[in-house]
Design a protein around this ligand. Structure first.
Ligand code: DP6
Length: 338
């Protein structure tokens, strides 16, 4: 029987998705930069069925992962698109990440993008809108995963003036100024322990958050501004929206009913040093944060050497450093087993 190999990247949001409703629908639109190096590769094999119901064996880096498998079985059971596949076959999935588990990179984004893509292909779906359908399915597994199919920039969520933009699946952004076509994302790992509060819990806390309504309006405004910035090539605007978004995300965590803090002292030290460095050099380099303490440094490839000077100066304050850059989405293929 054939084997499907799907490799899909992670992404880093510039305008953040934070708060959801219904079945994994976002309370505000978000825009992300698709990564190139941080990715998940899934190998999927169809096996003969041995019993009724969903039969899935899930291995992460060679080890059976029961908790992720249970999340997957629950997810698969809710998708009619996969019903026939699991009626006919038992499925074996082997999954591997290119980045260390502890790196604080959103592994659910690349994992769900790769798994949903692989399952859709295994189901025999082969239409030209494959990526849109897969993005819709991935979104139901983990919201941010839906943006990993398109690059270098993707938009998820309804936004006036952007054709086809919608809450169900992500769309690629077009008309990107050359200034933003080859961005680097260098991830400064300041903490490599699992975070105390998951993103899903964080999203849930937006439900009765005192600032939720204002946050959703602000994020939509930032998406509109980011769209025109990516077209115009204005670095100052890019820096201001991206950094404001990162801090807004963390402000939401710090002001929710069950408040919490994911930034560490090392996070703040690096941010302050970066702002100082930018003041001195006037270089187009900025930071963003995921739902965690690690700092993502964003800058165009054209200033890579200069950016490396800064990175070298602060590297003692990090546990490790991952170098990534803008990518263009995933790859998927079938191989025949001999
Ligand atoms: C801060 O996509 O991980 O990274 O839908 O519950 O799986 P679930 O959440 P997830 O949330 C990502 C939050 C974020 C911002 C973003 O990627 O837009």
């Amino acid at each position: 029987m054939s084997k499907i190999i799907a490799k899909y990247p992670s992404n880093i949001a510039l305008v953040k998705y934070w708060g959801k409703y219904g079945y994994q629908l976002p309370c505000n639109p978000s825009i992300s930069l698709t990564l190139k190096n941080a990715s998940t590769t899934v190998e999927l094999e169809k096996k003969a069925k041995t019993k009724e119901g969903i039969e899935l064996d899930y291995f992460f880096e060679g080890i059976a992962n029961e908790s992720f498998k249970n999340r997957m079985v629950d997810y698969i059971g809710k998708q009619p698109e996969f019903e026939q596949l699991f009626k006919e076959f038992a499925i074996l999935i082997n999954s591997e990440n290119t980045f260390p588990h502890s790196a604080g990179i959103a592994s659910s984004a690349s994992a769900f993008a790769a798994i949903s893509g692989a399952l859709l292909k295994a189901s025999g779906y082969n239409q030209p809108d494959f990526n849109e359908v897969a993005s819709n399915l991935a979104r139901k597994g983990s919201g941010s995963a839906c943006r990993s199919y398109f690059g270098p920039y993707a938009l998820w969520g309804e936004l006036d003036g952007v054709a086809r933009s919608n809450n169900e699946y992500a769309v690629p952004l077009e008309d990107i100024h050359t200034n933003f076509q080859s961005m680097c994302d260098t991830i400064l790992i300041v903490e490599d322990q699992p975070k105390k509060v998951s993103s899903s819990v964080g999203h849930g806390l937006m439900k009765d958050h005192p600032y939720a309504a204002a946050r959703f309006v602000d994020a939509k405004k930032h998406c509109n501004e980011m769209l025109s910035t990516l077209k115009s090539g204005d670095f100052n605007q890019f820096i201001s929206i991206t950094e404001r978004e990162a801090l807004s995300l963390h402000a939401m965590m710090m002001t929710s009913g069950d408040y919490y803090l994911l930034m560490k002292s090392g996070t703040i030290q690096i941010i302050e040093q970066l702002i100082e460095y930018r003041k001195e050099t006037d270089l187009p380099i900025c930071f963003t944060l995921d739902a965690g303490p690690n700092v993502h440094l964003l800058y165009p490839k054209s200033i890579e050497e200069k950016a490396n000077e800064f990175i070298k100066a602060i590297q003692d304050q990090t546990k490790s450093i991952l170098y990534d850059e803008a990518g263009f989405g995933g790859e998927i293929r079938s191989e025949c087993n001999k």
